[in-house]
Design a protein around this ligand. Structure first.
Ligand SMILES: NC(=O)C1=CN([C@@H]2O[C@H](COP(=O)(O)OP(=O)(O)OC[C@H]3O[C@@H](n4cnc5c(N)ncnc54)[C@H](OP(=O)(O)O)[C@@H]3O)[C@@H](O)[C@H]2O)C=CC1
Ligand SMILES: CC(=O)C(=O)O
Ligand SMILES: [Mg+2]
Length: 644
């Protein structure tokens, strides 16, 4: 060490001396000629020897010596010699990218978890070697927030806003969450539906840095190792997709990664789960999307989807590796899988792992909450209503089942009977008993005795639903005729157009209000602006599982739950419905405002945790006395921390 011709050299530009301390504790040790084959790092030194020398160098540095003290011949401060062998490093001359770093100085500014940008105080700039790396002004976090909101509002194109938010997340995580929490109604459509849908469609072109783990068929047999590559160890929530049913946009393959990333940012902003405890995962088994397969910027495996045993083995390895690596209490949220896999995965792992399918279960919980709270406006009990769904997939049958379960609990009538008040239409028409043999298993419970009915309009006319729910993923399917028909015998029809993104919504808010002559109670999966009709302003609500999964997940985490139970979904739903205020009802809203979501999530979490304790599924003992307070105390806050 210390010799400039040594094969092991300190990467001196990373060091500088400031008042006897090392301003940047980053050392890179490189091999020069000869490479590092066979564990030898040039000139006969093994990696082990290099490591020991490097440790002792670091110790010297920590003890107050400077690089200059250690290496009198070093060219710190100038020189054009290739002392680090960088110029000689070709493809044949391998180097070892050793990097030991503790965030301070320049690396602190590059670390999104700790970076505060212009908000570093004078004291922190002094203590953390930031002098000169920042302009002299010190800004408060509020002012930074104002500045960023101003610049985000300048963008006219939603995707530009999305990219600006992603850039911020990668630059300054706390500021990103501060913005999202304080401006949730404005920014939710940017980081979540509808814009996240467009982002996924164009993910290959806008990709900058990986934001989660990509596990493809190439990683088969090595998934545990892949999980260990992720820098964080204490993971509490994983959102995983295989990209086959991204919103109502279909198969987007590996580009579905935008969904787990977006959902997890809501786990933090809306539910208070720490960002470092969240892991977005995309399982890449190929794609059947021909356009993507031909797209030169596509980032996934360029092959058609693996199915059958190959698919299930990869998923099994993933689920098992997660439990082995993070333990039994890590929540795996399945998101945007196609229904031919989603139901089976939930059934297979629901009894052995802490898994939750957001599209089936989270959606069910949020819609049940909306329907229950809407009863204040439309009258009657749940059991008094007749439900008709367009779409009999994950969302449709998931919601239908939870509504039937809740009616059964309320009336003591068996669920097989309560299902009979609920009807579903799929792409082939009304689901009826004569179709039973050819139906997918999750549709069979809904095959009631009835004549075949070919389409939604005819189904509306014969079933006469009081509640019409769209979960088809196909836009503009609630036509004028359909809404007029449902409004012809309902004073206040409840119409939920759940499909995302906005382009796939079964109808717009304006259509619902206009065609029902201002009588519909309306909510949609993606947000719509208020509508003026006949001199009155109607405010549409958003019926989206984002109301449920962050609070539900928080409840599972804080109680140390080991399984998800249907009663937890009912508890979450009830907690959400209870948060709707008279002020909301007066505007025709059946959900509370997203601006109150952290309080709502804490309440949902408390109810879910209470249920977990009651069912004997909680491991966090003893049970905290006040679960709402406990939930609130566990929630991540994006306020900057002070650094010693
Ligand atoms: N608001 C929210 O919180 C949520 C919204 N969603 C949205 O719901 C939509 C559906 O999701 P999901 O249930 O998982 O999807 P699935 O693919 O599981 O189900 C879609 C269903 O819609 C039916 N369908 C499609 N097009 C038509 C049509 N033109 N006429 C009649 N039926 C049709 C399909 O029929 P068939 O079976 O015959 O093919 C299928 O039964 C998506 O847009 C998604 O974004 C999902 C989860 C949450
Ligand atoms: C909201 C949601 O989960 C979906 O549209 O798939
Ligand atoms: Mg989803």
């Amino acid at each position: 060490m210390g010799n400039k011709h040594s094969t092991v050299s300190e990467f001196s530009s990373c060091f500088s001396k400031s008042r006897g301390k090392i301003s940047e504790r980053l050392v890179v040790i490189q091999s020069s000629k000869g490479g590092s084959s066979g564990g030898v790092v040039g000139e006969g030194k093994t990696e082990q020897q290099v490591f020991v020398e490097m440790e002792s160098t670091l110790k010297g540095i920590r003890d107050g010596a400077s690089v200059l003290d250690l290496d009198p011949e070093s060219t710190v401060g100038g020189g054009v010699e290739d002392i680090y062998g960088e110029d000689q490093a070709t493809e044949d001359q391998l180097i070892t990218p050793w990097t030991f770093s503790v965030a301070s100085g320049y690396s602190l500014l590059r670390d999104p978890q700790y970076n505060k940008g212009l908000s570093f105080t004078e004291k922190e700039r002094e203590a953390h070697y930031l002098r000169g790396l920042l302009p002299p002004i010190v800004l408060s976090q509020q002012l930074q927030e104002k500045k960023l909101m101003n610049s985000i509002r300048e963008y006219q194109v939603p995707l530009q806003k999305y990219m600006a938010m992603m850039d911020l997340q990668e630059r300054n995580e706390r500021l990103f969450y501060k913005l999202l929490i304080d401006n949730v109604e404005e920014l939710l459509p940017v980081v979540y539906t509808p814009t996240v849908g467009e982002a996924c469609q164009k993910y290959g072109s806008i990709f900058r840095r990986p934001q989660g783990l990509y596990i493809s068929l190439k990683e088969k047999g090595k998934i545990l190792e892949v999980l260990k590559n992720w820098p964080e160890r204490s993971i509490q929530v994983i959102v995983v997709t295989d990209g086959e049913r991204i919103l109502g946009l279909g198969d987007l393959g590996c580009q579905g990664m935008g969904i787990p990333v977006g959902k997890l940012s809501l786990y933090t902003a809306l539910g208070g789960v720490r960002p470092s405890a969240c892991l977005p995962v995309t399982i890449d088994v190929g794609t059947n999307n021909e356009k993507l397969l031909k797209d030169e910027f596509y980032i996934g495996l360029r092959q058609r989807r693996a199915t059958g045993q190959e698919y299930s083995e990869l998923l099994h390895e993933f689920v098992s590796a997660v439990k082995q690596n993070y333990g039994e209490k890590v929540l795996i949220q399945f998101e945007d899988f196609a229904n031919h896999n989603a139901f089976d995965l939930l059934a297979k792992y629901g009894t052995t792992h802490l898994v939750f399918n957001d599209d089936i279960q989270g959606t069910a919980s949020v819609v049940l909450a909306g329907v229950v709270s809407a009863l204040k406006l439309i009258g009657g009990t749940l059991a008094d209503h007749t439900f008709l769904f367009l779409g009999a997939g994950e969302a449709g049958t998931g919601i239908a089942e939870l509504i039937a379960l809740e009616i059964s609990k309320q009336t003591n009538i068996p669920v097989e009977e309560t299902r009979k008040k609920i009807w579903l239409v799929d792409s082939k028409g009304l689901i009826v008993s004569s179709r039973k043999d050819s139906l997918q298993h999750f549709k069979k419970p809904w095959a009631h005795e009835h004549e075949p009915v070919k389409n939604l309009l005819d189904a509306v006319k014969v079933i006469k639903p009081t509640v019409l729910i769209g979960s088809s993923g196909t836009g503009r399917t609630f036509t004028r005729e359909v809404i007029e028909a449902v409004s012809s015998y309902n004073d206040k029809p409840l119409i939920l157009a759940l499909s995302n993104p906005t382009s796939q919504s079964e109808c717009t808010a304006e259509e619902a209000y206009t065609w029902s002559e201002g009588r519909a109670i309306f909510a949609s999966g993606s947000p719509f602006d208020p509508v003026e009709y006949n001199g009155k302003v109607f405010v549409p609500g958003q019926s989206n599982n984002a109301y449920i999964f962050p609070g539900l997940g928080l409840g599972l985490v804080i109680s140390g739950a080991i399984r998800v139970h249907d009663d937890m979904l009912l508890a979450a739903s009830e907690a959400l419905a209870k948060q709707v205020t008279n002020e909301n009802y007066e505007k025709g809203l059946i959900y509370p405002r997203f601006s109150d979501i952290r309080k709502i999530s804490a309440n949902i979490a408390a109810k879910v945790a209470a249920k977990a304790f009651e069912l004997g599924l909680a491991t966090r003992l003893p049970r905290p006395a006040d679960l709402v307070k406990y939930a609130e105390s566990c929630m991540y806050s994006p306020i900057y921390r002070s650094y010693r």
